[in-house]
Design a protein around this ligand. Sequence first.
Ligand SMILES: NC(=O)c1ccc[n+]([C@@H]2O[C@H](COP(=O)([O-])OP(=O)(O)OC[C@H]3O[C@@H](n4cnc5c(N)ncnc54)[C@H](OP(=O)(O)O)[C@@H]3O)[C@@H](O)[C@H]2O)c1
Length: 276
Amino acid sequence: MSKIMKLNNGLSIPQMGVGTWTLRGETARQNVRLALDAGFRHIDTAQMYENEVEVGQGIADSNIPRNEVFLTTKIVPNTMRQGAEAVRRSIDESLARLQTDYLDLLLIHWPVKGCIKDTWQVMEDYVRQEKVRSIGVSNFNPHHLDDLLTYAEIRPVINQIEIHPYMSQEDNIAYNHQLGIQVEGWGPFGQGDIDVLGHPLLQSLATKYEKTTSQIVLRWIVQRGLITIPRCRPRHFAENLEVMHFSLSDADMAAVGSLNRNMRSSEVNDPENFPW
Ligand SMILES: NC(=O)c1ccc[n+]([C@@H]2O[C@H](COP(=O)([O-])OP(=O)(O)OC[C@H]3O[C@@H](n4cnc5c(N)ncnc54)[C@H](OP(=O)(O)O)[C@@H]3O)[C@@H](O)[C@H]2O)c1
C-alpha cells in the first residue's frame, strides 16, 4: 500500500499511482482493474490519452468504491484555445467518459500561452460546484506558476513534471515546495532515446540493494518526497509497490542526483518550446 501525501487544501493523495499514457482499449480497462486489485488507489489519465472511457470501466470493474480511488485527468491543450465554454464542455465530457460525478484532481496538461487564466477560472468554478476536488497544473516552470498565482483564487495543489535521473528538476521542485505545491514526476524511466535504466551507476546500485534498476529510480523519486505514477504495466506492479519498503543511503541518493544532465526525453517536452 502506498504512502499518503497531504495536499495544500487538506486532501490527500497516494504517493504512488499508475500512469495510463499509451494504454488503449481493453488493455487500458484490464490494466486499471488489475492495478486496483494489486493495491494501487491512484490512477492518472488525460483527455489526450484517449482512454478515459476504458479507465472508467476499469475502475467500475474493480468494484472498489469510487471514494477509495484517487482519479486524475488533464485538460487537452487544444480545448484551452477554444475558450471557457469549450473547457466546461470538455470537463463535463471527461466526467461522463470516466463514469464519475467528480474528479479528485484536474490538471492543465501544458502551459498553453494566452489560455491559462480562462481555463483556471473554469476549473475553480468546478471546485466550487464540487465536481472537482483539487486542481493543479502540469509542465509548469516557475514563471508559469508566478503568473497563475497573480489571479488564482485557488492555489494549485500539484505540478506534474518530467522527472528522471537525467532530469532531476531540483530548482523547479524546490520552488513548487516553497509555494506549498506537491510535485508529481512523470516518465520516471525516461523515454525515446534516453536509456536511463542502462546507466552503470543505477545498475550497480541495483546489485548493491538487490533491487531492479527501476526500483532504484522510483525509490530515488519517492525518497525526495515526490509523487510518482509509473506506467500501468501489471508485470511491474509488485516491483513498484515494494519501493515503499526500502531506503537508499544519503550518499546513494546524492549519487543518483548527480546523474542530472537537464536532459528531457524529447525537446517537444520542453514547456518553453511547447508547439501548441
Ligand atoms: N503530464 C505530462 O505531460 C505527462 C507526460 C508523460 C507521461 N505522463 C504520465 O506519467 C505516466 C508515467 O510516464 P510514462 O508512461 O511516460 O513512462 P514510464 O513510467 O517511464 O514508463 C515507460 C516504460 O518504462 C518501462 N518500465 C521499466 N520498468 C518499469 C516499472 N518498474 N514500472 C513501469 N514501467 C517500467 C515500461 O516498459 P515496458 O512496458 O516495456 O516494460 C514502460 O512502458 C504516464 O503513463 C502518464 O500517466 C504525464
